[in-house]
Structures are given as structure tokens and as C-alpha cells.
Design a protein around this ligand. Structure first.
Ligand code: ADP
Ligand code: MG
Length: 635
């Protein structure tokens, strides 16, 4: 008895598009069915190595059968097959990933992306009025038949099928002369032959079909025809072909198909190594990180092949964390096919390949940085934070590998520069690499501490990402020049004379500073005069160590570390009118200094772009001050 089931909503929508829309590239359905068959064979082969329930076979193959009388085309494989459950979950539902983007694309008739979103199977309905899937899995007692006409429902019934594997039969639609749709052509040997050459030549398993041959026998005038099974694909994977013979487009298409992207890769590396270690690697840097890149779900790794046969979908240790955006594959003849996954992880050869690959990626990135800055910037904008995190991670274990790859915009440059470039162009007497932290360039340039930097003509790196300051703590120096935050209180941006002048003024106004300090004792660690403020009356800086930004980030952590507090220092500009006003108030009414102190502190917070701690008190004080000022003016 056949059970009738409904397709999931998304699937229905997609089927509708497949059945009703007129696409020009309907032929790609064959590529999709063959790719699924090939995946299924890979799966069976894998499992046969590790799971005794799954028997392997000597001769894996994909077989194509044409039946002109019944207008049907069948793709058979001896892959893993599907259980009854899988028929429902795999063919009745679209994989969640990216289905929204997919629909947007599809509505623009961008057919190239079918098969990159886990929906390739449905493309069969572009050419078939009915699709029948007969399948047997080693994980199910029985074989099943799945059938659908591409409407809202499908049926599943038990069936007889001896061998493990899947047969997918397409009952082709009637030709439609009005719309110039010729489905009969998919029953022709030559069409199938050329479609396989075009789309599936590299498939690692033989794609076979009965073809007609002619033979001249001595005793006959006319040649006799007979049929013979022929393998239609060359089975040479793209990475095994001569580099010079591969076109960029082929590599791009291969990448998109294999790694489910709808954009060409940003950069491709194809490398073959021979010698003690023999392998070929085909590596891609995607233009953009995949949607789940920053989530826990993202798994880095490369596909692993041995002599063209896939042995692992994702080998994690083949790419280091700091290059985890790299996708691709490694094919090595040195790896034995029959080792289990756990063993693979520890394989010495693999470790060496991994280390080669890491060096290769690094040198490719360096080349790009040097020779094609524009492309490198595109890369860096997509993945720079990963590199920075790589420097910070593991207490800086990898920092030397990565420090030349990071770049920054600066107070003087809207183009990214490397640390080497910064050092190269700084004046000799400048003894530090300065950096300033903020949410963007404008807000950094507005910081009071900028005045002194500008006056000196120095340049500071702009730190606008959370990771920047953490990274710099680990990096500490570049080329023996230490990093220094512009906010750190003691400063080498002020001349000796000015420093003396400030020291004197601090003595002169010791009582006032002491009073301010007392008034703000629960808010700041120190109040002092500053030689580096030019325009601003006041600013909030930090001592050595933790900055305000880092403190803010650490506080947001779920398990925030104990006792993380930045040392806060309120700096006053002794030449500002406001300081003069403070002196007056202090002379006249010692208690009023408390109010002024509180206002000053809040003002410093505002300049920092932070919110003030007690808006009500702040506002009350402001009001009182304004009222008093108006009385003074009137009187
Ligand atoms: P994708 O191949 O990207 O997963 P498809 O729509 O092409 O998406 O196929 C959906 C799923 O159906 C496959 O992931 C697989 O589980 C199953 N499937 C399709 N064809 C076969 C087959 N020939 N043998 C076994 N499973 C298959
Ligand atoms: Mg598929």
C-alpha cells in the first residue's frame, strides 16, 4: 500500500518553480542526479570501511538507461541508497541552509545556483512529468519506491529491489513545439554523451551507458550495429589536470558546485608537491564568509582524497584556526584508504601536509598583499578580524606568522597600511606605535588626546574593532617598537618644558586638585593636570594596562573575569577658562567644588562617547548652574 504525503511548504514552492517556469538550462538536471549518485557512492564506500552493516562492492558505477518506447531516462547507482525515513526527510524537505537566498536568486532565474543549495534533486521536475525513485539502503529491511508528479504530494510504497543503491527514473514530459521545448532529445545517445562531457566529466566514478556501435563484417555489405557499454566520463578530477590547461571559469564553477557558494572565489590556489611528500591541493578563499562562519556550527577543514577517491568530507586539522576561512581539498597518494578516521587524525603525513598548506596560504596572502593590494583589502575586510583573533589566540603562539598580514587605517590614511609600512614612514624620534580606540575614525579624531598627536605630526593606528586592543596586548611590539595607546596617561607626546610647566602648576593648585580628587574618589583613581590637551577642558584617560574599551568588552562576557577595572584618570587642561573658573569657585566656596567635580567627570564621559552615570543629578546640577549664571549676568 502506498502512503501519500505532503511536501513541506518550501519544497512545494520550489517544485512549483521547477514545473512551471521556463528555464533555458533544463539540461543541468542530469548533472544534479549524477552528482547525487556520486555522493551516494562515496558515502557507501566510506561506511563500508567502518561499519560492518554496510557491504562494499568492487565496481562502483553510475548507469544511465534510455528507454525510448516509454520516454523514460533512468540514473542508477550502487551507492548508499535511502531508508524509508530518508526518502521523507531528504526528498520531501529542502535543506534549511540558505533557502531564502536561494529563492531570491531563483526568482531572478539564476539557474547556476541549483545544486549549490541542497535542492538539486528537484531539478528533475524541469524535464519530467513524473519522477520515480527506487532505492534500497543497508540500514532498512525493505526497499522503497518514491513517486511524485511534482504537485503537492508524493507517495512511498514498499518495492522489490535486490541490490543496495538507487534508481531514479524520469518520465519525460511531452515535447512542446510552441515553446520550443524538446524533451525527447534527452533520450538520444549524443545528447547524454555531450552533457556528461560538459558537466560531469570529472566525476570520480564511471558513468556508463549502452551505446550503439557499428561493425563491418567481411561477408556483409552493410555494417552491423550492436550495443556496448561505454564509460562516458574521463574521471580525471579537475585538480589532477595540467594547471595550464584549466580555465579560471572551470575552477570557479567547480568551487561553486563543490562548496555551495553562488559567487566566484576571491582567490584560488592550485598546487602540486612532489618528493618526500606527494600531494595536490586546491584551495579557495570565498569572497565572503559563509552565513554560519561566526557561529559554533561552522566547521573548518579540507576535503581529503586519496588518489582521486574521497576519504573524508572535512579534515579539520588540515587548516589552522587562523586560516579557517579557506575551503578546498587535498589529494595525496601517500594516504592509505583503509585507515579509519581516528587514525587519519594522527597520521604523520597529514600533519606535514597541514604545515605545508599553512605556509602556502600565508605566502599566497603575502603575495597578494604585495602585488594586488586592492584584492588583498577585499580579503582583509572579509577576514581581517580572524587574523587578528589568530594573533591574540593561544596566548600569542601564532603571532609571528600573522603580524605581517594585519593592516590598519590610520589617523592620516584612509587606506590600510601594514605595521611594517607604519614603522617605515614614522619619524625616527618617534619611539612607539601609537593607536587610538573608538567606534570609527570621526569619533577617534574628535578625542581630546588627538591634539598633542597632531601637534607632533605623528600618525596613530585606528582601532575600531573589539579585537584590536586584545590583539595588541599580545603583540606588545613590532620590530622592537612598542605599541602605545594614546589614552595611556603618561605621555611622550609632551615636550620637556611643557612637562615642567605642568608640574609647577600641579604644585600651585595642589589643594584644588586634592579637593576634586576627594569629590570623585569613588569614580576616578586620580585627577591631574595635562599638558597634552589643547582645546578640550577635560578628558578621561587610563593608566597602564586595561583600557576603558577592553573593560567594557570584558564586562559583557558571560563569565566575566574578577576585578577587571581600568584605571581611570581625569585630566584637566590648566590653560582652559574652565580651570580658571574652578579656581574661583574653590576660593569662594569649597563645598561647591563637589558639584563642579561631578559635572566635569560627566562631561569627560560624554566626550568619550559614553553615557553619563547619573543623568538626573547631572541635569539638576546643570539647571542650577544655568540659573546662577543668569543671575550673575543680570546682577
Ligand atoms: P544535495 O545533494 O545538495 O544534498 P539534493 O536535492 O541534490 O541536495 O539531494 C537531496 C538529498 O537526497 C541528498 O542529500 C541525499 O541525501 C538524497 N539523495 C538524492 N539522490 C540520492 C541517491 N542517488 N542516493 C542516495 N541518496 C540520494
Ligand atoms: Mg545534489
Amino acid at each position: 500500500m502506498a502512503k501519500t504525503k505532503q511536501f513541506k511548504t518550501q519544497s512545494k514552492k520550489l517544485l512549483d518553480l521547477m514545473v512551471n517556469a521556463i528555464y533555458t538550462h533544463k539540461e543541468i538536471f542530469l548533472r544534479e542526479l549524477i552528482s547525487n549518485a556520486s555522493d551516494a557512492i562515496d558515502k557507501r564506500h566510506h561506511l563500508s570501511l567502518t561499519d560492518e552493516k554496510v557491504p562494499g562492492v568492487e565496481d562502483y558505477e553510475i548507469f544511465i538507461e534510455r528507454d525510448k518506447n516509454n520516454r523514460s531516462l533512468t540514473v542508477k547507482d550502487n551507492g548508499i541508497g535511502m531508508t524509508e525515513k530518508e526518502l521523507v526527510s531528504e526528498l520531501g524537505t529542502i535543506a534549511e541552509s540558505g533557502s531564502k537566498t536561494f529563492f531570491e536568486k531563483l526568482e531572478k532565474k539564476d539557474l547556476d545556483i541549483i545544486g549549490q543549495f541542497g535542492v538539486g534533486f528537484y531539478s528533475a521536475f524541469m524535464v519530467a512529468q513524473e519522477v520515480v525513485v527506487r532505492t534500497r539502503s543497508p540500514y532498512d529491511e525493505k526497499a522503497y519506491e518514491w513517486k511524485s508528479a511534482g504537485k503537492a504530494t508524493y507517495t512511498i510504497a514498499e518495492t522489490e529491489k535486490e541490490d543496495i543503491g538507487t534508481e531514479i527514473t524520469l518520465h519525460l514530459r511531452e515535447d512542446d513545439e510552441e515553446n520550443e521545448e524538446n524533451y525527447s532529445e534527452y533520450l538520444e545517445e549524443n545528447t547524454i554523451r555531450s552533457l556528461i562531457k560538459k558537466y560531469s566529466d570529472y566525476i570520480r566514478h564511471p558513468i556508463r551507458m549502452e551505446v550503439e556501435k557499428e561493425k563491418q563484417e567481411d561477408d556483409k555489405e552493410e555494417p552491423t550495429t550492436y550495443t556496448e557499454t561505454e564509460t562516458l566520463n574521463s574521471m580525471i578530477p579537475i585538480w589532477k589536470r595540467q594547471k595550464s590547461e584549466i580555465e579560471k571559469k572551470e575552477l570557479d564553477d567547480f568551487y561553486k558546485r563543490e562548496f555551495n557558494d553562488f559567487e566566484d572565489p576571491l582567490h584560488t590556489v592550485h598546487t602540486s608537491v612532489e618528493g618526500l611528500l606527494t600531494y595536490t591541493a586546491l584551495l579557495f578563499i570565498p569572497k565572503k564568509p559563509p552565513f554560519d562562519f561566526y557561529s559554533e556550527k561552522y566547521e573548518k577543514g579540507l576535503k581529503l582524497y586519496s588518489k582521486g577517491v574521497m576519504i573524508e568530507e572535512k579534515n579539520e586539522p588540515l587548516v589552522p584556526d587562523h586560516f579557517r576561512f579557506v575551503k578546498g581539498l587535498v589529494d595525496s597518494a601517500d594516504l592509505s584508504l583503509n585507515i579509519s578516521r581516528e587514525m587519519l587524525q594522527h597520521d604523520r603525513q597529514l600533519k606535514r601536509i597541514a604545515s605545508h598548506i599553512e605556509k602556502k596560504i600565508k605566502s599566497e596572502l603575502e603575495k597578494l598583499q604585495k602585488n594586488d593590494r586592492e584584492k588583498y583589502v577585499e580579503f582583509f575586510e572579509a577576514y581581517g578580524s580572524i587574523l587578528k583573533y589568530g594573533i591574540y589566540d593561544k596566548f600569542g603562539a601564532e603571532k609571528d606568522k600573522l603580524k605581517d598580514l594585519v593592516m590598519f587605517k590610520t589617523t592620516k590614511s584612509d587606506d590600510y597600511i601594514t605595521l611594517a609600512e607604519y614603522i617605515e614612514r614614522k619619524p625616527d624620534e618617534q619611539k612607539a606605535i601609537y593607536y587610538a580606540t573608538g567606534k570609527d575614525k570621526a569619533s577617534i579624531l574628535a578625542q581630546p588626546q588627538m591634539d598633542a598627536l597632531k601637534k607632533k605630526g605623528y600618525e596613530a593606528l585606528l582601532f575600531t574593532e573589539e579585537i584590536d586592543e586584545f590583539m595588541v596586548q599580545v603583540l606588545a611590539e613590532y620590530d622592537s617598537v612598542p605599541f602605545k595607546s594614546l589614552k595611556q596617561a603618561e605621555s611622550d607626546l609632551v615636550d620637556e618644558d611643557r612637562k615642567k610647566d605642568i608640574e609647577q602648576k600641579e604644585k600651585d593648585h595642589g589643594k584644588l586638585l586634592k579637593a576634586l580628587k576627594k569629590a570623585l574618589s569613588d569614580k576616578v583613581d586620580d585627577v591631574r593636570l595635562s599638558g597634552r590637551l589643547q582645546e578640550a577642558p577635560v578628558c578621561l584617560v587610563t593608566g597602564e594596562g586595561l583600557s576603558l574599551e577592553m573593560e567594557r568588552i570584558l564586562e559583557k562576557l558571560p563569565d566575566k573575569p574578577e576585578g577587571v577595572k581600568a584605571q581611570r584618570i581625569l585630566e584637566l587642561n590648566p590653560d582652559h577658562e574652565l580651570f580658571a573658573a574652578l579656581q574661583k569657585v574653590h576660593a569662594k566656596d569649597k563645598k561647591r567644588v563637589n558639584d563642579y567635580a561631578s559635572l566635569l567627570y560627566n562631561q569627560a564621559l560624554l566626550i568619550e562617547g559614553r553615557s553619563i552615570e547619573d543623568p538626573k543629578t547631572f541635569s539638576d546640577l546643570m539647571v542650577r548652574l544655568m540659573v546662577e549664571a543668569s543671575k550673575d549676568e543680570a546682577g
